[in-house]
Design a protein around this ligand. Structure first.
Ligand code: TRP
Length: 455
């Protein structure tokens, strides 16, 4: 009897860690992390990111998971379980709306990845490595929109079909392959002549490269990469049983997610130094960095076309599975909160993706005169969600816990399955560190909007 119990609980734990890791690993790790690290100071960005992750991020993951398990609800319902007044409703909804705003521009990047996969399949390896290839592609309204729509169709089709299990199976095979390929490409990229400067830039903190925006960007990236501050972990938490050790699984997910992000950094940043001589302009390339540097790496390899196909295929799979979970969270919010049928909810989600996504896709070409607060449409939505809304969502979770639910209640929830080893630290983070971090990110983001500091 006892043995049976522990066996079933094991698969429950593993299943949970895999599901959360699956949602955590995506374009955030491979596309977003390296370009932010390149832009905001290399080693110092990495250091700030790591510190934030094991303190603030850790506390937030534990909190969201525990709240989800305690209330057995997704964010809107979880907040409502504690009260019905406006602050509770706003707290729940802001968490629930964020994924709906992320998935459109996420799909634009997914479209870029699809295009690159297609071009590698056609053998355009040398053309892709040209400096002008990427800017020409994204400013050509027709292709940018076409590839975005194609990606978006894939996502919506899966949502309609509701083939969630298939997605899980895909990601179980894909993740190990992605790790292996990433190790290989990173190893190749790091050993190119001149690449060592890049390895040093990425790994060794240099205070001279520090700016406030390093902290803001690192914090936004932490939310994004670990899928926190957007209600996702409430929902996952609501599915798990009392036997999942919340602390331990949180650590496992963080380690896995960071390992992939660092591998991606080691593929891309050394390549900037090896192939573009550490050109500051390339380091600052932003969202396009992966698409500019990775093709150069492949073009210089013996079997670069094959490597390119593999790489973009795996990134595409990671992007599709993440986009599906993001959109799924939107669909289930509509279903639960508005009482809509699945198909109606999916249609609305699809509509939101197409409208915001098209604006983001076309923002580099046909709509390039549109600039919101000095940003392209895609950058704006990225900024809005990661630097403005997620801090507010995280704040809502912190307030809910410290002011309403009570830290002790969370501690009890965690202790149902294991000792709460870092309880004192957790209390400290939630009471003091988290509010300070959130204040910093919000104030800096607002200061940036008004042009008092630049990002
Ligand atoms: N963490 C994912 C990434 O790194 C992106 C993401 C954020 C996500 N929230 C999510 C994916 C929710 C799935 C579900 O790319």
């Amino acid at each position: 009897m006892k043995e049976n119990q522990s066996r079933s609980s094991f698969s429950g734990k593993l299943g949970y860690v895999l599901a959360v890791a699956g949602s955590a690993v995506g374009l955030g790790n491979i596309w977003r992390f390296p370009y932010l690290a390149a832009k905001y100071g290399g080693g110092i960005f990495l250091l700030v990111y790591l510190i934030l992750m094991v303190t603030f991020g850790y506390a937030l993951i534990v909190s969201e998971t525990a709240l989800g398990r305690m209330t057995k609800r997704s964010p809107v319902g979880a907040f409502r379980a504690f009260g019905k007044s406006a602050p509770f409703r706003i707290g729940g909804w802001i968490n629930a709306v964020i994924p709906m705003l992320i998935v459109p521009y996420y799909s634009v990047i997914g479209g870029w990845v699809s295009k690159y996969l297609f071009e590698y399949l056609r053998g355009s390896t040398a053309a892709l490595a040209e400096d002008s290839y990427f800017p020409n592609f994204i400013s050509d309204g027709f292709s940018a929109e076409f590839w975005f729509l194609l990606f978006c169709l894939m996502v919506v089709a899966v949502l309609f079909g509701g083939v969630k299990q298939g997605v899980e199976r895909v990601s179980k095979v894909m993740m190990p392959l992605l790790v292996l390929l990433a190790i290989f490409v990173a190893g190749y990229s790091m050993t190119r002549p001149g690449a060592w400067e890049g390895v040093k830039y990425f790994l060794i903190p240099n205070l001279e490269n520090f700016s406030w925006m390093t902290v803001v960007a690192a914090m936004g990236q932490m939310f994004y990469s670990l899928s926190i501050a957007m209600g996702i972990l409430y929902t996952y938490g609501s599915y798990i049983k009392k036997d999942v050790d919340i602390e331990k699984s949180t650590m496992q997910v963080e380690i896995f997610d960071t390992a992939i992000a660092m591998l991606a950094g080691l593929m891309i940043i050394p390549a900037v130094f090896a192939f573009s001589g550490g050109n500051p302009e390339t380091l600052n390339a932003g969202p396009s960095l992966m698409f500019i540097t990775i093709p150069k790496v492949f073009a210089s390899m013996g079997f670069g076309t094959g490597a390119g196909i593999m790489f973009f295929l795996l990134v595409l799979l990671a992007a599709v599975t993440s986009a599906i979970s993001l959109a799924e969270s939107g669909v289930s919010t509509f279903e639960d909160q508005l009482g809509w049928s699945r198909s109606k909810a999916t249609l609305l989600m699809g509509g939101v993706i197409i409208v915001i996504g098209s604006a983001s896709a076309l923002g580099f070409g046909v709509l390039d005169f549109v600039s919101v607060l000095g940003m392209t449409v895609l950058d704006f939505f990225d900024f809005l969600t990661n630097s403005l809304m997620m801090p507010v969502a995280a704040l809502a979770t912190c307030l809910l816990i410290t002011r309403v639910a009570g830290l002790d209640k969370i501690a009890k929830e965690v202790e149902q399955s294991s000792d709460f080893k870092r309880k004192k630290m957790y209390f400290f983070f939630m009471k003091y560190l988290a509010p300070v971090c959130i204040a910093i990110i919000l104030l800096s983001s607002i200061a940036n909007v008004f042009g008092w500091i630049t990002m």
